[in-house]
Design a protein around this ligand. Structure first.
Ligand SMILES: Nc1nc2c(ncn2[C@@H]2O[C@H](COP(=O)(O)OP(=O)(O)O)[C@@H](O)[C@H]2O)c(=O)[nH]1
Ligand SMILES: [Mg+2]
Length: 232
């Protein structure tokens, strides 16, 4: 992907309407402080487009980043921050649910899990939720640089098992520090984008065939009418 532009285009609060556009969306979910903003910045080669924070749980918004005027990254609100009230927690839940349920252009959901820790109850709930909405989440195991090489396989296993992932479920270890995993994530996004025109083509093929057959029918009727007329 050649990055030509990236900008934060829309910030949605609880009662905001989500933007209405036809471009494919890729959403990022995960508990606050897991490294969502850092991942988005790394993918976009930007230092601080998505604000990283030392104050987790502050942003309870859904942020839409327009990339190349062709696709969107959607930064979902971080969950699981202990210091927010129950009503705040309900708010993020409703927002995420509303988004997952309503987006018609959402292509892929990435769920971020800190590779150092076993998934929490909130992580599992989020994973199930994404599945329930009909999406197969790709897991990004963040902060890979914080582990020794020898610890990685064990932690990957812990994340997989903790979430109850399917055997063929995708997990990409990632580090915003070393940028490991960046190419793999872009590859997934690009593959997903490449599928779009085919789907569109398939959707378009139907009416085209119909039009053709209608035209043929009209021709045939005209011919019949004409030949009938000649016979008289
Ligand atoms: N070592 C390391 N630190 C990271 C990584 N990703 C994020 N962080 C740090 O973790 C904190 C939270 O990151 P942020 O991207 O704001 O998380 P968010 O709340 O999920 O958006 C910040 O201090 C980041 O610098 C990573 O891959 N490696
Ligand atoms: Mg963030």
């Amino acid at each position: 992907m050649i990055l030509r532009s990236a900008e934060l285009e829309t910030v949605c609060g609880v009662s905001s309407r989500f933007p209405d556009h036809e471009m494919p969306e890729f959403a990022f979910a995960g508990k606050s402080n897991v490294g969502k903003s850092s991942l988005i910045n790394t993918l976009l080669n930007r230092k601080a487009l998505a604000r990283t924070s030392s104050q987790p749980g502050k942003t309870q918004t859904i942020n839409f980043y327009n990339i190349n005027k062709a696709l969107y990254f959607v930064d979902l609100p971080g969950y699981g921050y202990a210091k927010v009230s129950l009503s705040e927690k309900e708010k993020w839940g409703k927002m995420i649910e509303k988004y997952l349920h309503h987006s018609k252009v959402l292509k892929q959901v990435f769920l971020l899990i800190d590779i150092r820790h076993d998934p929490s109850a909130n992580d599992r709930q989020m994973y199930e939720w994404i599945l329930y909405q009909g999406y197969e989440p790709v897991i990004i195991a963040t902060k890979l640089d914080k582990l020794n090489r020898s610890q990685i396989p064990k932690q990957v296993k812990a994340v997989r098992e903790g979430l109850g992932m399917k055997k063929d479920g995708l997990l990409i270890p990632f580090s915003a520090v070393t940028r490991q995993g960046r190419e793999e994530i872009w590859e997934l996004i690009e593959n997903s984008l490449a599928e779009t025109p085919e789907e569109d083509a398939a959707a378009l093929a139907e009416p085209v065939r119909e039009t053709e057959s209608l035209e043929k029918k009209a021709e045939k009727e005209t011919e019949e009418a004409l030949s009938g007329g000649n016979q008289k």
